[in-house]
Each structure stands twice: as structure tokens, then as C-alpha cells.
Design a protein. Structure first.
Length: 303
């Protein structure tokens, strides 16, 4: 599945309507290439800032190190290889108990994440595989929300240990990256989802806080993020049956298609604000309904 996804995305990004556009993974791949040359990727990234892409490298050094193997490839191939690997990790994690969870890959959040080169597929898969928890260090806001969704305290502490190890390795490789990273995230305009219109309704997820997906939702609610479809991909894990994952995929994909078919306003803040009603109605409210209508889970053991 990773190979198929990589080939399809490579062909998509080579098409006239997509070629020349920027993907979320691009700054990290550029930064990895700069690091391989022995230079500072954060300092170099300020040269890439344009009106269309007004952000420097707004990812921590662990993300850059993860991208280093892909940066050895031609850039277009590296993009496709990264997303193909992300799909492979997610598909592997989803199929640990059956094949039906793969329907999640057809949901609105998954489609947008794949097409725009986002990190959420890789991090969602990593959160389900204990040994890959260190990957959550690549994107702190989504990684923290996924950490809150750990099924047990023991799993959470193991993941924290892996994240700290990843940060330590990054600091050994590039001791000065912390300060440069703080400066780089200055222009980022992400806000907590609870501040969006009717975002407060999602606080009802606290009634089901024992459920891992409810804790992920609450994390996304308060941790600043882009509040668009791709960030909500982990919420698809709420589905516990073929019928539920099919419902999540159908409703979210329909909302995404409706949003995608509209003329978008110019400017990143206006673009995100315009898409918020579709994300709220097509992803977050259905997930909240699934959580509230389901019988509460028994309390998980401490270990």
C-alpha cells in the first residue's frame, strides 16, 4: 500500500495543476538537505520565505533527522517516498487486528493529508506501534495530542522516554537547534480549536475522557494547530467496527469534497477560517457523537 500510495502521489504532484506547489513536508526535506551539507537548516530556511509560503522551518530537529534518508533522493522522489512510507506505517498499524480499519485511508482527513504531504499519517501510525513513539517528537502539537491518547500510563511513559531520547539525539547532532526553532515558529498563526466558532461544544468529550480518542480530541481542542482536516486523522481511530469506520470515512470525505469544491479565500488565516465549519461538521461533531453514544469504557489498569 505504501508503494502504491507513493507512486500515485508522485504522479499527482507531477500533474500541471499540482506541479510547483508547496507541500508540508517540503521545508523539512530542504532542511535535511542543508543539514547534510553541514549548514544550519533553520538559518537557511528564512531564505525560502515568500508571500505564498510565509513560514521558515517550523519543525523541530527530530523531524529534520527523520527526513535525512529521504533527502538523499531527488526531491520529487523524496516527497513520494516519505508519504509512501507514512502510508505503509499507518496501514501496518491499522491492520493489527483486521483489514476493515483500512477504510480510514479513504476518509477526508486521510485524503487531504496524503495529497498535501502532511505528517499526521506517519504520527498516527507511530502512536499505535509502541516502538515508534519517538516519531511523535517530529510535530509537537499533534504528537502531544497523540501522547494523551496512550491506552495506558505505562505506554505513555515509554513514549515519553522515546521522545526524550529523540530530542537528546537531535541536540547532540545540532546543539543550537532549540533557540533557532523557537525563533522559526514565531510567524506560525495556529490557534487552539476551542477558540473557533462553536469549538466549545467539543468540551463534551471530557465526559468520555477514559476513551483514548476522547483524550486526543481534548488535546487537539487546546493545543494550537491548523484546525483543518488532516490534523483530525487520529480521530478516525474512534471507529470500533466496519460500520463505524465506513460512516466516519463517508461523512468526512463528503465534507472534504464539499469544502474542496468551493472557491477559497486568499490568505492562510482566512483559508483556515473558511474551512472550519466543514471540519467541525464533517469530522469533530460525528466523532463526538460516536463517543457520547457509546457505552463508557471500563477504567484501564494503571500499567
Amino acid at each position: 500500500m505504501g508503494l502504491i500510495a507513493g507512486v500515485l502521489l508522485f504522479l499527482l504532484w507531477q500533474s500541471p495543476n499540482w506541479r510547483g506547489g508547496s507541500l508540508d513536508i517540503d521545508p523539512v526535506l530542504h532542511g535535511a538537505g542543508v543539514l547534510l551539507r553541514g549548514e544550519d537548516p533553520y538559518l537557511e530556511s528564512w531564505r525560502w520565505v515568500t508571500r505564498e509560503w510565509p513560514w521558515p522551518l517550523a519543525y523541530p530537529m527530530p523531524a529534520v533527522l527523520i527526513a535525512v534518508p529521504f533527502a538523499l533522493l531527488p526531491f520529487d522522489v523524496a516527497r513520494a517516498a516519505f508519504m509512501g512510507t507514512s502510508v505503509a506505517v499507518l496501514a501496518f498499524a491499522l491492520t493489527r487486528a483486521g483489514w476493515w480499519p483500512l477504510i480510514l485511508l479513504l476518509s477526508g482527513p486521510a485524503v487531504q493529508a496524503f495529497a498535501s504531504g502532511q505528517w499526521s499519517p506517519l504520527l498516527t501510525g507511530a502512536a499505535l506501534v509502541p516502538g515508534l513513539g519517538w516519531l511523535l517528537a517530529a510535530k509537537p502539537n499533534l504528537g502531544l495530542a497523540l501522547l494523551l491518547g496512550s491506552p495506558t500510563l505505562e505506554r505513555a511513559w515509554r513514549t515519553v522516554t522515546l521522545i526524550l531520547a529523540a530530542l537528546a539525539v537531535a541536540t547532540v547532532v545540532a546543539p543550537g537547534w532549540w533557540g533557532a526553532y523557537v525563533v522559526a515558529i514565531g510567524p506560525v498563526t495556529h490557534v487552539p480549536m476551542v477558540s473557533r466558532p462553536f469549538g466549545f461544544v467539543l468540551l463534551l468529550a471530557a465526559l468520555r475522557w477514559r476513551h483514548p480518542v476522547a483524550r486526543i480530541l481534548l488535546g487537539l481542542l487546546f493545543i494550537p494547530q491548523s484546525t483543518t482536516f488532516y490534523e483530525a486523522l487520529p480521530l478516525g481511530l474512534v471507529a470500533e467496527s466496519r460500520r463505524e469506520v465506513l460512516l466516519f470515512a463517508t461523512v468526512s470525505l463528503g465534507a472534504f469534497a464539499l469544502w474542496f469544491s468551493q472557491p477559497w479565500p486568499e490568505g492562510y488565516p482566512a483559508h483556515i477560517a473558511f474551512g472550519w465549519p466543514y471540519v467541525l461538521g464533517g469530522v469533530y461533531l460525528p466523532v463526538l457523537a460516536m463517543l457520547l453514544l457509546r457505552r463508557p469504557r471500563p477504567e484501564a489498569p494503571a500499567n
